[in-house]
Ligand binder design. Structure first.
Ligand code: PLP
Length: 244
């Protein structure tokens, strides 16, 4: 933010910069930029910054904590309805917090185990909704990351497809930080896993949720259809790692 720029102006300028970078990355990969959707991760900002982002044109938002999701949904309910905007759940979901999420979000990215999938499916049936979900896969194999191993996801999918109450729409992953080569391998690994799972089940698995502020261009080059952007969208002080 320059000294004369308001947060609203920053938000508009930054969204334009992001859209241009997405277009360029898609072009490098021979992809249609329309096939990539954007989610603004608002976990570190308040309702006012989300309002600025809505004004700037963002329509999909995400939170990683159920309590904060609930708070934002109630603070912003009128604006979200007027703009037909929605929130996604992207963070660790404990079974005792499922009620805060089911029926309230567009998409749950963070189905990290078969047990959680079953619990979300059950709760969704009680609420008489079908929850759209992604399976979170720990492609990089880092100890610190949650999610299915690629083999677990592959093996579980036929069973998860049978569950009423959820619809598995794709896969989600997070790459190792500060390591562009490892990030690229992680994203291509997610794409290849999705291809194997499609071949085995016939399911579309259209959504590949990967790419964050530091690595979204690499993710797009490797097939991401949904990037989750926090700092780059909301933080005027965020410094990009640079192209690639
Ligand atoms: C915080 C978060 C993001 C966004 O991270 P940035 O690096 O700020 O873009 C994306 N996905 C998940 C799951 C997150 O928790």
């Amino acid at each position: 933010m320059t000294t004369t720029e308001s947060y609203e102006q920053f938000s508009v300028r930054r969204r334009e910069e992001i859209l241009e970078r997405i277009c360029n990355a898609a072009q490098r990969a021979g992809r249609d930029p329309q096939d990539i959707s954007l989610v603004a991760v608002s976990k570190t900002v308040g309702a006012d910054q989300v309002r600025a982002a809505l004004q700037a044109g963002w329509r999909h938002f995400a939170e990683n904590r159920p309590q904060e999701l609930k708070k934002k949904l109630s603070e912003l309910s009128d604006e979200l309805a007027a703009a037909q905007a929605s929130f996604d759940m992207i963070g660790n979901l404990q079974t005792n917090k499922i009620n805060l999420v089911v029926g309230k979000v567009r998409l749950i990215h963070s189905i990290s185990s078969e047990h959680l999938a079953q619990a979300v499916a059950l709760r969704s049936q009680v609420h008489e909704v079908v929850s759209r979900v992604l399976l979170e896969v720990n492609v990089s194999g880092e100890e610190s990351k949650s999610g299915f191993t690629p083999q677990e996801a592959f093996d579980a999918l036929p069973r998860l497809m049978e569950l009423e109450g959820i619809s598995v729409e794709g896969l989600m992953t997070m790459a190792p930080a500060h390591n562009p080569d490892a990030a690229r391998r992680t994203f291509s690994g997610l794409r290849e896993l999705a291809e194997r799972m499609r071949d085995a089940t016939g399911l579309e698995l259209a959504t590949l949720s990967c790419g964050m502020s530091d690595d979204f261009e690499i993710a797009i080059e490797e097939g991401s259809t949904l990037v989750r952007l926090g700092r780059v969208a909301f933080d005027p002080g965020y410094q990009s790692l640079g192209k690639q």
